[in-house]
Design a protein around this ligand. Structure first.
Ligand SMILES: Cc1cc2nc3c(=O)[nH]c(=O)nc-3n(C[C@H](O)[C@H](O)[C@H](O)COP(=O)(O)OP(=O)(O)OC[C@H]3O[C@@H](n4cnc5c(N)ncnc54)[C@H](O)[C@@H]3O)c2cc1C
Length: 318
């Protein structure tokens, strides 16, 4: 039995780990990776103390800090949480089960997928979700960007620097991103840039790599010869494994109060998986708040006779 299980090792989870282990608790961090989305950032300029630092370097510093304390770590995907008489059990994709008296969920968010045939098959073989990370792999190749929000427009601008042809495919009738980016794309792209509005992706095809996408728009179906497909259609909170246990917003973010309490006593949440603005310093701060709330929860639990905690709901009837 661990005192606290933290799910996710981005800025929120690692900060929560540092705070809770310093209180003397046994802390287990279960995460798919260490660093989270910040690893994808090529330059962070708004984390105080660092004028400019790559996301990877910043996360390495968080990791070194966390690992200077006796924090246990498991690399796995959490698939479910269950209430138990003495706390919670956390299930992972590899069939393991871990017990904790309190849980902090800090699982952030992940890119939304298109859900079309070929997407899953060519993930990592032409289908990419992070232009900042993967654009250099497509130098000299024709590519498509799906989604004309700010992320899609910025991805297209970045790709234009190295790709001979960039097609931006958008399902609605106008680009949702800032005009400054669309203007720049038209100006800098010239013939090498094409914007297809009211157009959806039907399928992705290829052999060992992506070779084409089929799109459907005002002029019917078309096959575009591309070797890269950058999917930039938004993000979704990584809360699926906890959805049945906790109250979520309509967007799937975990509802928390200003201390990080979820709708379930003993389960806290922090960072991008909740409703807060999505920034590193905010995620770290929210991780610290959730850690302090977990501390309060465990102190109160220790101070009360065990039978007063309702074993089904985890609620203290007092
Ligand atoms: C390209 C890019 C650039 C950015 N640049 C900046 C910037 O310059 N400045 C800034 O302030 N913010 C920036 N951000 C936003 C910032 O990265 C996020 O707000 C921040 O990472 C959120 O931290 P988090 O800990 O809440 O979640 P995340 O960083 O998403 O970490 C979540 C962690 O949970 C793990 N996880 C998820 N699901 C599971 C599961 N089921 N089981 C186990 N583990 C799981 C993940 O592997 C990860 O380790 C950027 C984001 C991106 C994508």
């Amino acid at each position: 039995m661990n005192d606290i299980i933290i799910i996710g090792a981005g800025p929120a989870g690692m900060t929560a780990a540092i705070y809770t282990v310093r209180k003397g608790y046994s802390v287990l961090v279960i995460s798919k990776d260490v660093g989270g989305q910040t690893l994808w950032s090529s330059g962070v300029e708004n984390y105080p103390g660092f004028r400019l630092i790559t996301g990877m370097d910043l996360m390495r510093k968080f990791e070194e800090h966390m690992e200077s304390f006796p924090v246990k770590q498991v690399f796995a995907e959490v698939t479910g949480i269950e209430s138990e008489s003495e706390g919670f059990s956390v299930h992972t994709g590899d069939g393991q089960v871990y017990q904790g008296r309190a849980i902090i969920i800090a699982t952030g968010k992940s890119p939304r997928m298109l859900g079309v045939p070929g997407e899953e098959q060519f993930k990592g073989r032409g289908v990419a979700y992070c232009a900042i990370c993967d654009a250099p792999l497509f130098a000299g190749l024709p590519v498509a960007v799906i989604g004309a929000g700010n992320s899609g427009l910025q991805a297209a601008l970045q790709l234009l620097k190295i790709c001979p042809q960039v097609t931006l495919v958008e399902s609605s009738s106008r680009a949702a991103g800032d005009k400054v980016y669309t203007d720049r794309l038209q100006r800098e792209g010239g013939d090498r840039f094409r914007l297809m509005l009211d157009t959806g992706v039907v399928r992705i095809d290829g052999d060992t790599m992506v070779r084409s996408i089929t799109v459907e728009g005002p002029e019917g179906r078309k096959v575009l010869d591309v070797n890269g497909v950058f999917v930039e259609v938004g993000w979704t909170p990584s809360s699926g494994f906890a959805g049945e246990m906790l109250n979520l917003t309509s967007r799937g973010e975990i509802l928390v109060d200003c201390f990080g309490h979820t709708s379930r006593p003993g389960i806290l949440a922090a960072g991008d998986v909740t409703e807060v603005p999505k920034q590193i310093i905010i995620a770290a701060g929210e991780g610290a708040k959730a850690a302090l709330a977990a501390n309060d929860y465990l102190l109160r639990l220790e101070a009360m006779p065990p039978l007063l905690v309702n074993q089904d709901t985890g609620l203290d009837p007092r």
